[in-house]
Design a protein around this ligand. Structure first.
Ligand SMILES: Cc1cc2nc3c(=O)[nH]c(=O)nc-3n(C[C@H](O)[C@H](O)[C@H](O)COP(=O)(O)OP(=O)(O)OC[C@H]3O[C@@H](n4cnc5c(N)ncnc54)[C@H](O)[C@@H]3O)c2cc1C
Length: 495
């Protein structure tokens, strides 16, 4: 097995897309689950800290090591099976999401939960319960995971299948391949009724597989994933519509969201049912206008919507969307429809570009990303949006706001110019998280907690619940070697 130790060779493993930096002694490149079990057995015996790494596109420092060793999953990169008859696929964790999507597209299939960054590994998306634009209709990664093979901290192998290992109330019993029994007590706290990737999934009678989805490399190394795939839509309407007035854009979004919910509830045919509802504020558009000539100079907001259609329903549904655009004074002339495969790719790139351009800006200034990942119940979203806009404006901070607004999920990114502004930005960031919590929301809807958001998770669930969550980890990883610094502050773990 390849092991790298020289500073130049391991440099890439010491940071992620949030520009968080770390350090480690070595990076291991296992080629099988047996390799991983061996590494973990040794590390567990010697109490060496182990950080699991996907393709380090994470935005919270979760794959960034604080000492010890890194296990890279990049050599576990095989698509093992694609079964279109039974609509599932089996993959190793290091498969690049974009490669997988391409492969199933060629078979006319779709895997819906693709985060905007498709250069990530599928293992990374499972470990963070990632979501994307299509989550508005199809939900997060969790909804697509059927089976997981996991190597625990002591090298034992755990196989989990959805529906096969459910908790009895709050008591969960796990059995490893070799028959070792592990008993867990699930904490009884309420998770928010929003998209959520904050801390462990904990619920009465929960499925054991859900504990590991979103566990950010703290409970085991995922070595095999069986996931659901669905038939690709016959046709797709995809459009970025520009507005001169932000309030009109937000009104459009709210109505499209309500209509979509209504359509799904009553199973209405030929009606508005958005697949994606993504928002860009004025500042985000200015950021993008240099590279995308489609942005009109007077646009103050934009919404990217998508809906699946068929040959029969396409015209009717398009007309419904055009009526909605007109009702909210959207700019019909500049509306950017994807008429070709190339347009589709460009619109996707438009959405992707706003995220990576901000990461690039922050890295260029030498700052860590200061981007919210908060979501609240939809009826509270307007309050969160206005509060956040007001607090950053009042403090004269540069920012852009965009995100998965269909899911009431907002990425407000603060763009400091100086160290002083960065410190102020951290304070404001924290205030926005507190507001989201007060509104019944989450501090992380999709990126996870990693090392950078532990104090907001603590505020969200309270110390008693976080200690109970940490106890779950201690049962599965008694020597505390896996993903140390992620989800919990180290002081809570060792207390
Ligand atoms: C431009 C940009 C846009 C983005 N947009 C979105 C978005 O819309 N939605 C979204 O959800 N995310 C988004 N992200 C974040 C990112 O792509 C996801 O967090 C991704 O899911 C992480 O995948 P990765 O392979 O890079 O994992 P890494 O960053 O390497 O690791 C992430 C976490 O997963 C753990 N991990 C990785 N592999 C395993 C494994 N096999 N077993 C156990 N633990 C493991 C790591 O230890 C770490 O805790 C974006 C990122 C960028 C750069």
């Amino acid at each position: 097995m390849l092991i790298k130790t020289s500073p130049e060779e391991i440099e890439n493993f010491l940071t992620d897309a949030s520009n968080t930096r770390g350090f480690c002694d070595a990076v291991y490149f296992p080629e099988s689950k047996e390799d991983i079990a061996d590494i973990l057995r040794k590390a567990n015996k010697e109490k060496i800290s182990v950080t699991v790494s996907g393709n380090h596109t994470g935005l919270t420092g979760a794959a960034v090591p604080h000492g010890g060793i890194v296990i890279s999953t990049e050599k576990l990169n095989k698509i093992l099976e694609i079964n279109t008859d039974e609509e599932f696929a089996v993959v190793q964790p290091g498969v690049i999401l974009a490669d997988f999507l391409k492969e199933i597209k060629s078979k006319n299939y779709l895997y819906p939960p693709d985060p905007t960054e498709d250069n990530c590994f599928i293992g990374g998306t499972v470990a963070t319960n990632a979501s994307g634009a299509k989550t508005f209709k199809y939900g997060p990664t969790r909804n697509y995971i059927e089976e997981l093979e996991i190597i625990l901290a002591d090298g034992n192998i755990l196989n989990l299948s959805r529906g096969m290992q459910e908790a009895d109330g709050l008591s969960m019993k796990l059995k490893t391949e070799k028959g070792k029994k592990i008993f867990l007590e699930i904490p009884d706290f309420k998770m928010p009724h929003t998209k959520n990737a904050s801390g462990y999934f904990c619920k009465k009678n929960m499925d054991a597989i859900d504990l590991f989805i979103g566990s950010e490399g703290t409970l085991g190394v995922i070595t095999k994933i069986k996931l659901k795939i669905i038939p690709a839509p016959e046709k797709l309407i995809s459009c970025v519509v520009f507005f001169n007035d932000e309030n009109c854009a937000l009104g459009f979004l709210q109505k499209a969201r309500e209509l979509s919910y209504q359509t799904r509830q009553i199973h209405q045919a030929n009606a508005i049912d958005a697949l994606a509802l993504e928002y860009f504020d004025e500042r985000a558009l200015r950021f993008l206008s240099k590279d995308f000539r489609q942005v009109p100079p007077d646009a103050n907001a934009a919404i990217w919507f998508e809906q699946e259609t068929t040959k029969e329903s396409d015209d009717t549904i398009l007309e419904l969307w055009m009526n909605l655009i007109s009702e909210f004074n959207g700019n019909e002339e500049s509306a950017w429809f994807s008429l070709t495969e190339n347009d589709k790719k460009n619109i996707k790139e438009f959405r992707h570009a706003i995220s990576w351009k901000i990461n690039e800006y922050m890295a260029g200034k030498g700052f860590r990303k200061l981007g919210t990942d908060v979501a609240v119940p939809p009826e509270k979203f307007e309050e969160l949006y206005l509060y956040s806009k007001n607090v950053v404006t009042k403090n004269s901070l540069k920012f852009v706001n965009y995100g998965h607004f269909g899911d009431a999920h907002m990425h407000l990114n603060i763009l400091p110019e100086t160290e002083e502004q960065f410190e102020l930005g951290k304070k404001i960031y924290s205030e926005i998280c507190s507001k989201a919590i007060k509104l019944g929301g989450t501090v992380s809807a999709e990126h996870g907690i990693g090392k950078n958001k532990t104090k907001y998770l603590l505020e969200m669930y309270g110390e008693e619940n976080i200690r109970k969550m940490a106890e779950l980890k201690r049962r599965l990883d008694p020597n505390l070697i896996l993903g140390i610094g992620n989800i919990f502050d180290e002081k809570i773990l060792s207390a």
